[in-house]
Design a protein around this ligand. Structure first.
Ligand SMILES: Nc1nc2c(ncn2[C@@H]2O[C@H](COP(=O)(O)OP(=O)(O)OP(=O)(O)O)[C@@H](O)[C@H]2O)c(=O)[nH]1
Ligand SMILES: [Mg+2]
Length: 215
């Protein structure tokens, strides 16, 4: 009985995700679902992406957090349209919430919507939002073993960003071992090594974002 309820919820979410996708496609807007643990650098990467690409593409942002509008206020300073979703306790965004957020974004005037999911390396992977690309961030201080411990998100990623690469001298993160393990479960994901502090790798990342944004 419980299993049936879960299935119904998931399929309702999938239907809503398809509606979001259709709404985005009808406006020729691309959406990225950005997922990581709390504090891995999702907002920092969104800010760097806006700064790198603001002359080339029009970016809007959906911020997902359990509580607060801290990230939306930070992103809003870049003068881009931003909507904050507070899940009120849920550890992931759902398609219905994103659908309502999309309604308050000026999609006619955007090329890309970056959706920052709630900080969590597990639950967000189970809920499609209607996105075109899934981006997973893993920061150096979290350790390279997370690819083994939380395989679902890494297996479904279109792009994997190893963030805070400037901290490599101070934390144990075996980059070759991480890349080998990732390849074993996901051969298609593009991998970027970036630092939002030194800007290492931001140019390559921004190029990938640009080339995966339909405009
Ligand atoms: N050294 C270093 N610190 C970074 C880098 N990117 C982000 N940080 C720091 O990491 C902390 C968390 O960054 P955020 O961008 O807020 O991370 P987040 O994933 O958006 O966090 P939540 O929204 O709370 O899940 C902040 O103190 C950032 O300044 C980086 O490339 N290098
Ligand atoms: Mg954030």
């Amino acid at each position: 009985m419980e299993i049936k309820v879960l299935k119904d919820i998931l399929s309702a979410n999938d239907q809503m995700a398809e509606r979001n996708r259709a709404a985005l496609d009808s406006k020729r807007v691309t959406a990225f679902n950005i997922m990581s643990s709390p504090g891995s650098g999702k907002t920092s990467l969104i800010l760097e992406t806006i700064r790198a690409l603001r002359k080339q593409i029009r970016i809007g942002v959906i911020e997902g957090d359990i509580a607060s509008s801290i990230d939306a206020r930070t992103v809003g300073k870049e003068k881009v349209p931003v909507v904050q979703i507070n899940t009120g306790g849920e550890c992931h965004l759902e398609a219905g919430q994103v659908g309502r957020a999309l309604e308050s974004l000026p999609l006619d005037k955007l090329d890309l919507v970056m959706i920052e999911n709630v900080g969590n390396l597990v639950c967000p992977g189970e809920f499609k939002l209607g996105e075109h690309k899934k981006v997973i961030i893993l920061s150096v201080p979290e350790g390279d073993d997370k690819v083994h411990k939380y395989p679902l998100l890494f297996a479904m990623a279109d792009a994997v960003v190893i963030s805070k690469i400037d901290l490599l001298p101070y934390a144990r993160f075996d980059v070759p071992a991480f890349l080998k393990a990732l390849k074993g479960m996901n051969r298609k994901a593009r991998v970027f090594q970036v630092s939002c502090t030194t800007h290492q790798g931001i140019e390559q990342w921004a190029k990938w974002v640009r080339s995966n944004t339909s405009r």
